[in-house]
Design a protein around this ligand. Structure first.
Ligand code: NAD
Ligand code: TYD
Length: 341
């Protein structure tokens, strides 16, 4: 099979490309990526000389480019990971989220419709909004996104479903929980806290730190997507996570313990505006396809923290480069206690 993996140089996309080529060595994978700050060639450093892997540096919102690449490589399946993905970035500069996440996904749907391709879309638990204690989101729940990021992902998710209903386009959707693991850009909580702890810098915990997340290992997300691609029903949505949450403070404890650091590094800072308190998904529908997560969230977070300790070559150039400007903007006033809502 010939696959177009959009966003294949990002965190989850690159883990998926590595997993897919290991499991399906005869397939050809075309990574289609704009290489934004989050898209990094080095995420696939060990694979670029494979004859099964190609890189196209381009934008998913460029319809002519997507069409030409799909035709040239005789693509049969598009897996759409490409997105702007960080909630805090979506609060600082939201418009690009609409451009890539909504318009970009729409362009992929149009090309898939024109060329008769299957499209699998990577959505997120954030489309459900925050979830009261005692409930776990199921795939039929209505969407109630609360950040510009989540709203753009919900719009994309619904466009994908609309193309199935209206045009019969063969689509599937997975809604992933918070992923952790190798090659996650250090703007996200687990790699940020891990790299800060390694550097002996403060860990900026938003608000009281009692928000709840399902920290799932990226490996289990990859196997979940594979299960849906191979055995899922067309037109269906599947949640992918562990179904178990922890508070951010518990996640911080695991990171500190793994890296042998103490909690004097923890600093509570002013909260993220509109911060979702809790995400929690029921993953029984995916289990019915024969899938089971390998990692519990504790082990997922610990293994991720360890990866950052062992792979400074990967994150030090990022932290020493353009990331500093973002870090200053996002955290300087917060860590000084001067930030206001
Ligand atoms: P990431 O930010 O690490 O990577 C995104 C990738 O998309 C990068 O390689 C970037 O260069 C590329 N990209 C961005 N805009 C593009 C454009 N216009 N055209 C082509 N490529 C573009 O993100 P990630 O964490 O790997 O997330 C991948 C997908 O999974 C996203 O759709 C995200 O919404 C979803 N998701 C992420 C998580 C998580 O915890 N990280 C959880 C659930 C779902
Ligand atoms: P994040 O990795 O940004 O994922 P999301 O917001 O998509 O769930 O954040 C995970 C949790 O950690 C979330 O509740 C926000 C919190 N957080 C902090 O407390 N401090 C930080 O500096 C960051 C980036 C996140």
């Amino acid at each position: 099979m010939n696959l177009l993996i959009t966003g294949g140089c990002g965190f989850i996309g690159s883990n998926f490309v590595r997993y897919w080529l290991a499991m399906h060595p005869d397939d050809r994978v075309v990574v289609y990526d704009k290489l934004t700050y989050a898209g990094r060639r080095e995420n696939l450093h060990d694979l670029w000389n494979s004859s099964q892997l190609f890189l196209v540096e381009a934008d998913i919102a460029d319809q002519e480019s997507v069409r030409n690449v799909c035709r040239a490589h005789q693509i049969e399946l598009i897996v759409n990971f490409a997105a702007e993905t960080h909630v805090d970035q979506s609060i600082l500069g939201p418009l690009v989220f609409t451009e890539t996440n909504v318009r970009g996904t729409h362009v992929l749907l149009e090309v898939a419709r024109e060329l008769g391709l299957r499209l699998h879309h990577i959505s997120t638990d954030e489309v459900y909004g925050h979830i009261p204690d005692g409930h776990q989101s199921v795939e039929t729940d209505s969407l109630a996104p609360r950040s510009p990021y989540a709203a753009s992902k919900a719009a994309a998710d619904q466009l994908v479903q609309a193309y199935f209903i209206t045009y019969g386009l063969p689509v599937t959707i997975t809604r992933g929980a918070n992923n952790v693991g190798p090659y996650q850009y250090p703007e996200k909580a687990v790699p940020l806290f891990s790299t800060n702890a390694i550097l002996g810098e403060l860990l900026p915990v938003y608000g009281d730190g009692r928000q709840m997340r399902d920290y799932a290992h990226v490996y289990d997300h990859c196997t979940g997507i594979e299960a849906v691609l191979l055995r899922g029903d067309i037109g269906e949505v599947y949640n992918v996570g562990t179904g178990r949450e922890m508070t951010n403070l518990q996640m911080v404890d695991i990171v500190l313990e793994t890296l042998a650091k103490d909690d004097s590094l923890v600093q509570h800072v002013i909260d993220r505006p509109g911060h979702d308190r809790r995400y929690s998904m029921n993953v029984d529908k995916l289990r019915k396809l024969g899938w089971e997560p390998k990692y519990d969230p504790r082990r997922a977070v610990a293994e991720a923290a360890r990866w950052y300790a062992e792979n400074r070559w990967w994150w030090e150039p990022i932290r020493n480069g353009e990331f500093q400007e973002y870090y200053e903007r996002q955290y300087a006033a917060r860590l000084d206690g001067k930030a206001e809502r």
